[in-house]
Design a protein around this ligand. Structure first.
Ligand code: IPM
Ligand code: MG
Length: 357
């Protein structure tokens, strides 16, 4: 199978973790006889430094023509003082929006071998943790109007508008119900319907969709309660669907419960098969360039690319199994290190996974 992959390393630890995932993809292509063609593109601070903006239209157009995009991470203190439209994070939001990727899938899965990296008591995780977070990615407060003004009294005033249309809720709801059907048929829809109009509309649309999926065990849950339930009883969750900002926050929480944010992959999908694959964590500028970052979230994202964009489930499973074996063999990066394990760097971890494919 021939596929074109654009890779964007971005900033901070981005280059190291993307290099790791590329090694793994190359091994998969070799073993299964695929022809993956790679092309590099710039995003975030790296793009700002080279082109004066965090994402160029040319890059968006290039990405749209590819079969999939692999991304590292963006941002860092070097660019923190730039005006908002030039900040690295804007590049990330622009590529998601520009490619129409409204559905962000973030699987928080606790690998058996990482049980000791989970901060929860053993009795709370005895039934395992396997949560698929479905985050709406191109709407809500992230993409509403943002304004900061100075009032006549000299004090500042800022506002960010949170908005959702029925169509936007419907399409993410549909993705979530379909995912639930493929998994354990359990769906929790998270909102703040006791306060927000957007959440009340969210619930209404989800309830209508629920009628089309009678097999799915569906529940509404308030976002504050969900934050509590994820740490109190994580095994109750199968698929969670929620709006953009709630999903941003809850997925970080779920990732920690699943051992480390260094393990949380993500796939961002739209209506077609093209997708953007990136770890859910940031660019970690404090550890950049030291070869200590965990490349597994990016490698797991590459596995999601094979599964969702290329329809290669066996190849995706080969990567996931190789990660399982690598962890079982005791190799750990610093973030998931525990006693009796062997500490390896970013490069070495990726090589260990490659060896086991
Ligand atoms: C994420 C990140 C981004 C987000 C930031 C970097 C803009 O936190 O992918 O979760 O908020 O979506
Ligand atoms: Mg986040």
């Amino acid at each position: 199978m021939q596929k074109k992959i654009i890779f964007m390393k971005g900033d901070g630890i981005g280059p190291e973790i993307v290099d790791g995932a590329l090694l793994v993809l190359k091994k998969v292509a070799e073993k299964y006889g695929h022809n993956f063609i790679y092309e590099e593109a710039l995003i975030g601070g790296a793009s700002y430094d080279a082109c004066g903006e965090p994402l160029t239209q040319e890059t968006i157009d290039k990405c749209k023509k590819a079969d999939a995009v692999l991304l590292g991470a963006v941002g860092g203190p070097k660019w923190d003082d730039l005006p908002v439209p030039l900040r690295p994070e804007q590049g990330l939001l622009a590529i998601r929006k520009g490619m129409g990727l409204f559905a962000n899938l973030r699987p928080a899965y606790l690998f058996k071998e990482l049980a000791s990296a989970c901060p929860l008591k053993a009795e709370l995780i005895k039934d395992g943790i396997d949560i698929l977070m479905v985050r709406e990615l191109t709407g809500g407060v992230y993409f509403g109007e943002h304004n900061t003004i100075t009032k006549p009294n000299g004090k500042k005033y800022a506002e960010d508008k949170m908005a959702y249309s029925e169509e936007e809720i419907e399409r993410i709801g549909f993705v979530a119900f379909e995912m639930a059907m493929k998994r354990n048929k359990n769906l929790v829809s998270v909102d703040k319907a006791n306060v927000l109009d957007t959440s009340r509309l969210w619930q209404k649309v989800m309830h209508r969709l629920k009628e089309e999926y009678p097999e799915v065990d569906y529940k509404d849950m308030l976002v504050d309660n969900t934050a509590m339930q994820i740490v109190a009883k994580p095994s109750q969750f199968d698929v969670i669907v929620t709006e953009n900002m709630f999903g941003d926050i809850l997925s970080d929480e779920a990732s920690m419960v699943a051992g480390s944010i260094g393990m949380l992959a993500s796939a961002s999908l739209g209506l077609g098969s093209i997708g953007l694959y990136e770890p859910s964590h940031g660019s970690a500028p404090d550890i950049a360039g030291q070869d200590i970052a965990n490349p597994l979230a990016t490698i797991l994202s590459a596995a999601m690319m094979l599964r969702y964009s290329f329809d290669l489930p066996d190849e995706a499973a080969a990567i996931e199994n190789a990660i399982n074996k690598t962890l079982a063999a005791g190799y750990r990066t610093k973030d998931i290190m525990s006693e009796c394990c062997k500490l390896v760097g970013c490069k070495e971890m990726a090589k260990k996974v490659v060896e086991k494919i």
